[in-house]
Design a protein around this ligand. Structure first.
Ligand code: SAM
Length: 259
């Protein structure tokens, strides 16, 4: 039987081992996932599970993957990419500044790579760069590899799929031209430094797992990282209440501009 009291101890141990403070994540959701995994590995309580994580690096690896929930897709929420392509990027490119774009919680890289394809079409040879960060080093390795299942590509416009992917052995390989547009690095949004001077930041489907307090902290840090008139995009099931507190103005659902 899982003892409720032991969760505090478990969180402390996980913070020491993995570097992730589970206190900043929604407790019920997090516990549900941890208990599912414990059941799957036939462990009855937190101490037995911690013992298993210590002994089996592969299970620790699976645990980190499972906790961080890496679900993603190229051009996820097409209407957001339509707004990026038709309104946000043209407005930012018109300024003629070097463009710094940050995909925070980038998972397999589908988000930053989708942006790179749009920019290669709109401003080839232009002065822009895309940073992509995630806490999970395993997922970052997959992102850098650039090999994807077809089901992640269902929303990629056909002309972009033909131009930037090569099909081989049942996988789709992203071209080097797109891969080299994105710089990946590991970052914990709860503890690490935020990239300053960005004109466009996307942090989509990441907040959803955090407590309200942690969300506020993140939003405030993102707002500080944005340049005036820069855009901040969150997931379609997420929202920022009273965005003015952070100097942000809602442009349309999920898209905010720094005033
Ligand atoms: C559901 S994915 C979102 C991927 C992409 N942004 C999208 O919307 O398709 C959430 C990502 O957030 C990352 N993540 C979770 N906690 C994090 C943290 N504290 N710091 C940085 N990334 C984190 C996870 O590793 C995961 O890859």
């Amino acid at each position: 039987m899982v003892q409720a009291l032991d969760y505090e101890y478990f969180k402390k141990k996980i913070k020491d081992r993995v570097g992730l403070d589970l206190s900043s994540y929604k407790e019920q959701q997090m516990k549900r996932r941890i208990h599912q995994l414990m059941q799957r590995y036939g462990t009855e309580d937190y101490s037995a599970f911690l013992g298993l994580l210590d002994r089996e690096p592969a299970i620790l690896h699976h645990f980190t993957d499972y906790l961080t929930i890496n679900t993603s897709q190229f051009f996820r929420d097409s209407h957001i990419y339509q707004a990026i392509e038709s309104t946000l990027l043209p407005a930012l490119l018109r300024k003629g500044e070097q463009l710094k774009i940050w995909s925070a919680g980038c998972s397999i890289g589908a988000e930053p790579y989708s942006l790179a394809m749009l920019l290669l079409e709109m401003a080839p040879g232009g002065s822009w760069r895309i940073l992509a960060t995630d806490f999970d080093v395993n997922i970052l390795a997959k992102a850098r590899e650039g090999r994807f299942h077809n089901n992640l590509l269902s929303l990629v416009p056909e002309r972009l799929k033909r131009r930037y992917f090569t099909e081989r052995d049942g996988y789709f390989y992203l071209s080097e031209q797109v891969k080299k547009c994105v710089t990946f690095s590991q970052q914990n949004l709860l503890t690490d430094r935020y990239e300053p001077g960005c004109q466009l930041i996307l942090c989509r489907n990441v907040f959803i797992y955090f407590t309200a307090d942690a969300q506020e902290l993140l939003i405030s840090s993102f707002a500080q990282s944005l340049k005036q008139e820069g855009y901040f995009i969150i997931g379609c099931s997420e929202m920022i209440s009273n965005p003015e507190r952070f100097g942000l103005q809602k442009v349309q659902p999920a898209i905010y501009r720094k005033r």
